[in-house]
Design a protein. Structure first.
Length: 66
């Protein structure tokens, strides 16, 4: 497996069309990883307190319409 430094060096050597492909791939990959983490946090109840606080603030008229 390559080190981060080796990967960084390889990315800097990509031609522009391949760099564009890499960016698109990485954006999708990173989004999927983030989505999985959020889902795990939700299922584990890690966001319950934050959500409860936001709902209470909204019911108290302390939220702002977007």
């Amino acid at each position: 497996m390559k080190t981060v430094e080796e990967l960084e060096q390889a990315v800097t050597q990509l031609p522009s069309d391949q760099l564009r492909e890499f960016r698109a791939w990485y954006e999708k990959f990173d989004s999927e990883v983030w989505d999985k983490q959020i889902e795990q946090d939700i299922l584990a109840g890690k966001l319950d307190e934050l959500a409860g606080s936001a709902i209470a603030d909204h019911k108290a008229g302390e939220s702002t319409k977007l």
